[in-house]
Design a protein around this ligand. Sequence first.
Ligand code: PAZ
Length: 338
Amino acid sequence: MTTIDSQQSLFSAESYFGTQTPPPTLDQDIAGVRSFVHRQRDLGRKVVLVTSGGTTVPLELNVVRFLDNFSAGTRGATSAEYFLKAGYAVIFMHRQFSLQPFSRHYSHSTNPFLDFLEIETTADTPRITATPSKYDHLLEVLTAYKSVQQAGLLHTLTFVTINDYLWLLRAVSQELSVLGRNALYYLAAAVSDFFLPRQKMSEHKIQSGKGSLLIEMDQVPKILQPLIDEWTPDGFIVSFKLETDPALLVPKARGALERYGHHLVIGNDLHRRKYEVVFVSRGHHGSAASDVTAHWLRISADAVDARGHAKEIEEDIVAELSKRHQAWVDGPQPRPPG
Ligand code: PAZ
């Protein structure tokens, strides 16, 4: 039987999945992922799982209130586009209503879609056209979007809560494991570290009028460990580490790398994340702690790309990752036991 250590409020991944309920659409979602993954495998494509946006932590079973975080999903949505350009098929697992590849260029708050359209009234019937100054960019984005759609290269999944995220991540990684080294994990979602197990949640809206509200949360299980050791042992796994104190960034990223032993931690500071990130990984001489390297990628705030658009750091992140992933695919395979 699966038990929770109630004294320490510590869930292992096993006790988490043994006590928390899966989202109702899980089986359906996974059937879709399975057929996507098998199609890509038959076509010999590499597949990247991009997680993106923030998870919520509901406080009630009939949820009225929840904790959330800042992430809009920019990193994930932007990276997904560059992975597609680099020839990957993409499973884009994102927070419902956060930014998505392609449509992110026309976010309702920063670049409203209706501002790109004009009504031409010269003909008998009014026609809709694109605003001339926006036409070229719109055509570029639309062309890329349509070609990805037509080629069936992008599969989208949504989560809202931390519970949805954990169940989906486990199930998707188990499906992706059939690709062996051709699977890349790009875990950019901002995932809550704490949650309220359903056994401790109020069924109905928490009532006010009794003074302050004290809620004790449990720690979310460290999901990277089983991901790496059990669910997808051959995949190339990249996790992200976000900090607000720049002095903590490299030590914390290094700590995560040493703790889980996966391929790469990308560290980013909340305020500088669009202009610099640090790749923390082991060097080429085995796994000695002293062999960990920190490699910075930086762009300036006014940098432009080859097409004259504002440069996005995700272009360089994905270029570097594609190289490292290919080296892993081509690298020496472990000897079969015996
Ligand atoms: O979504 P966004 O572009 O606003 O932010 C991206 C990010 C900072 C959430 C991501 O780069 C990241 O660091 N994710 C992991 C966060 C963490 O759990 O440490």
